[in-house]
Design a protein around this ligand. Structure first.
Ligand SMILES: Nc1ncnc2c1ncn2[C@@H]1O[C@H](COP(=O)(O)OP(=O)(O)OP(=O)(O)O)[C@@H](O)[C@H]1O
Ligand SMILES: O=P(O)(O)O[C@H]1[C@H](O)[C@H](O)[C@H](OP(=O)(O)O)[C@@H](OP(=O)(O)O)[C@@H]1O
Ligand SMILES: [Mg+2]
Length: 338
């Protein structure tokens, strides 16, 4: 059995998106064995694994309310804690924090301090846990949020996590249903810059995005939309078509993206993530609006080669660190709970 065995644990949607057979063939030519992990079977008998690449966000979110998903997660965590040399891409605690927009927006907000020289910021936002309208309105006022506001669910993954709304007035805040975040909307000319990170590499891809709106507040009905209607490569709707032509803004500089990705890698401790950046049409400030776990990497033809390169660097590091345990067979002392 190859010492360089890599397990893949993907959601059905992700499995349809990634041609794992083609990736396994590429890996085989580099003496890396790719194995699909069946989460509903004991991992011990499917292992050993030097690395496990996974997107368990579905399971983690469902485990909150579904015992079968909790069982799958326990099965996975049981294997991980008894195989400390198996490297996860990415670690479960790091992934879990990005499932919560309260946590990920705190990270984006803190990044402003270390990226100030690069004129990289993130919009003012509020964590909403109350349905008391007067409290929400006071907080919007006191925290200096500016209308329009974009309202997003606290949970950042799963079926309802992409349903959002644009709120234009204080009265419209009655449609902000907790737990959610309110984030100042930043006019950016309907162009989104998706930064896809794969280990030491990153790739920036332009995407359609929400159009500009006049600064508020003003009486206008709340607009409800799904983010997957506005920022996919083929997205084209009344929400993404500019009402008036604006001069195209220069894209974020390569150096600024290098600085952003370096800070995010250090902060998150992750290898597979995406960050959404827009350019403020008034200040030309680079504005971080979202961080994603293991995104789709659509528009990144180098994804497979970059992923393999990162996996090989992890395997080489393991072989340097623990030569005999690259592909651990004997479980070691259990690790602290995740
Ligand atoms: N503060 C903001 N200012 C302006 N536009 C925004 C802002 N936040 C989000 N948007 C717009 O809404 C879209 C979806 O927002 P966001 O990326 O947070 O949602 P999401 O569901 O996490 O998206 P995905 O998971 O597909 O990246 C963005 O691509 C952008 O077009
Ligand atoms: O267009 P992208 O690659 O950004 O689309 C991603 C999206 O950003 C989110 O990361 C989705 O993940 P969830 O939030 O978990 O739904 C990705 O869905 P996935 O099922 O492919 O992981 C989109 O690809
Ligand atoms: Mg996004």
């Amino acid at each position: 059995m190859s010492r360089r065995r890599v397990g893949f644990c993907l959601s059905d949607k992700k499995r349809r998106q990634i041609n794992l057979v083609a990736f396994a063939e590429l890996c085989a030519s580099h003496s890396v064995e790719v194995v699909e992990v069946n989460l509903s079977q004991p991992l011990e008998s499917q292992g050993p694994f030097a690395v496990i690449v996974h997107k368990l966000s579905d399971v983690i979110v469902k485990a909150e309310y579904d015992s079968q998903s909790q069982q799958l997660l326990d099965n996975f965590q049981g294997y991980v804690s008894t195989h400390p040399h198996t490297v996860l891409l990415d670690p479960l605690p790091a992934m879990s924090q990005l499932l919560d927009r309260f946590a990920s927006y705190r990270i984006m907000s803190q990044l402003q301090n270390s990226l100030r020289d690069w004129r990289i910021s993130s919009p003012p936002y509020l964590e909403i846990s109350t349905s008391d309208l007067s409290v929400i309105q006071q907080d919007v006022e006191s925290k200096g949020l500016s209308f329009p506001l974009i309202c997003k669910t606290r949970v950042a993954h799963g079926s309802c996590s992409h349903d959002m709304s644009l709120i234009f007035s204080m009265a419209g805040l009655s449609e902000a249903h907790p737990p959610c975040v309110l984030q100042s909307f930043v006019n950016h000319g309907a162009v989104l810059h998706k930064v896809f990170v794969v280990g030491e590499d990153h790739f920036t891809v332009e995407r359609p995005s929400l159009k500009n709106f006049p600064p508020g507040p003003y009486e206008r009905k709340t607009i409800f939309f799904n983010s997957h209607e506005v920022s996919k490569p083929e997205s084209c709707s009344h929400l993404t078509a500019l009402d008036e032509e604006v001069s195209r803004l220069p894209p974020p500089s390569g150096e600024a993206m290098v600085a952003l990705v370096r800070e995010l890698r250090a902060e998150l401790g992750m290898a597979l993530f995406g960050v959404d950046v827009i350019v403020n049409i008034n200040t030309h400030t680079l504005t971080i609006i979202d961080i994603n776990i293991f995104p789709g990497y659509e528009g990144v033809p180098q994804f497979f080669s970059s992923l393999l390169s990162h996996i090989e660097s992890v395997l080489d590091h393991q072989e340097l660190k623990v030569p005999q345990a690259t592909c651990p067979s004997a479980p070691s002392a259990p690790q602290a709970d995740l």
